[in-house]
Design a protein around this ligand. Structure first.
Ligand code: ZN
Length: 303
């Protein structure tokens, strides 16, 4: 009497194990997502290091294969023509001279047609004069940005999102310090499962960014403490923009190597890049993620 159900159970178990094995294998043999990091000019001298850090962070997920496209060190590089269409996602670590017009056009078309685009820290200082770029990144700073660039966007103490069209320059930060990141959308794939508040390592807290801020969705904010020279506003710190069929992921975090060693930054960057590439997130929130009271870093050592 017992044999039959037991046999059935074993049979089912083997079937399930076989299925899992097959799915596991098919996941492992899936083509990697191709990512391109663009760099070459930046007022942050650490950029060759942060590019390597971001490359490694993506490769560590086992999801990405990463290439780097570097402009010449000064001025518009007439030979800078990456084939964006070969990539699931483009990450910008670039803050420098304008790209050739055809390269600008190629990036905008690539994103509009469904490509992923990721903006980290000073990449949002670039290209103040390029309207499509500013639509793609939502908000930017410096480069002569002002009320003509679009509103300031921030959250007030009540949690309401404010579009502030008052006059003034775009882009500012106080002294570098550790600050809290507060999740505003706990259901978005990028932020789902993160502690609702976590402490980021020392970084510049960009405030008073401004831009078109169209089709933009704020996932997390940080309060720019006036005691640190900040704006006293809850500034967007993790956000997305949709541009045509493309997904843009933007974090103003990541000023220095020690800022990018933060496990909160690493996880946000990995998940944001996966989301920009595919619209989904499979990368888990790791056990060493920061808490509301305690930062968490993974010390970088060059490979
Ligand atoms: Zn910076």
């Amino acid at each position: 009497m017992i044999r039959k159900p037991l046999q059935a159970f074993i049979g089912f178990f083997l079937l399930a194990a076989g299925f899992l094995l097959q799915t596991g294998l098919s996941v492992q043999s899936a083509e990697p997502l191709r990512a391109l990091i663009v760099d070459g000019q930046n007022n942050h001298q650490v950029w060759p290091v942060t590019t390597q850090m971001m490359k490694k962070y993506l490769e560590q997920t086992m999801l990405f294969q990463v290439d780097i496209a570097t402009t010449k060190p000064k001025g518009t590089d007439p030979d800078f023509h990456p084939d964006f269409s070969q990539y699931a996602v483009v990450v910008s670590n670039y803050n420098g001279a304008a790209w050739p017009a055809e390269t600008q056009k190629a990036l905008a078309s690539y994103v509009r047609e469904g490509g992923g685009f990721v903006i980290v820290h000073a990449a949002n200082n670039s290209f103040a004069e390029w309207p499509e770029y500013n639509q793609m990144i939502g908000l930017g700073g410096w480069g002569g940005r002002n009320e003509k660039s679009g509103p300031y966007l921030y959250t007030n103490a009540q949690g309401d999102l404010i579009r502030d069209t008052s006059a003034g320059s775009g882009g500012h930060h106080g002294t570098q310090h550790e600050f809290s990141v507060v999740i505003r959308d706990r259901e978005h794939p990028v932020t789902k499962g993160m502690p609702l508040e976590w402490l980021h390592t020392k970084d510049e807290l960009y405030d008073k960014l401004r831009g078109p801020a169209v089709n933009m969705h704020v996932l997390a904010t940080s309060w720019a403490d006036p005691a640190q020279g900040g704006s006293d506003r809850h500034e967007p710190m993790i956000f997305t923009v949709s541009f045509g069929k493309g997904r843009v992921f933007h974090t103003p975090m990541g000023h220095a190597d020690y800022s990018q060693e933060c496990v909160g930054f690493i996880t946000t960057f990995q998940r944001g890049t996966e989301w920009a590439a595919t619209g989904k997130v499979t990368i888990p929130v790791p056990d060493d993620f920061p808490t509301a009271a305690k930062t968490s870093s993974r010390k970088w050592s060059a490979p």
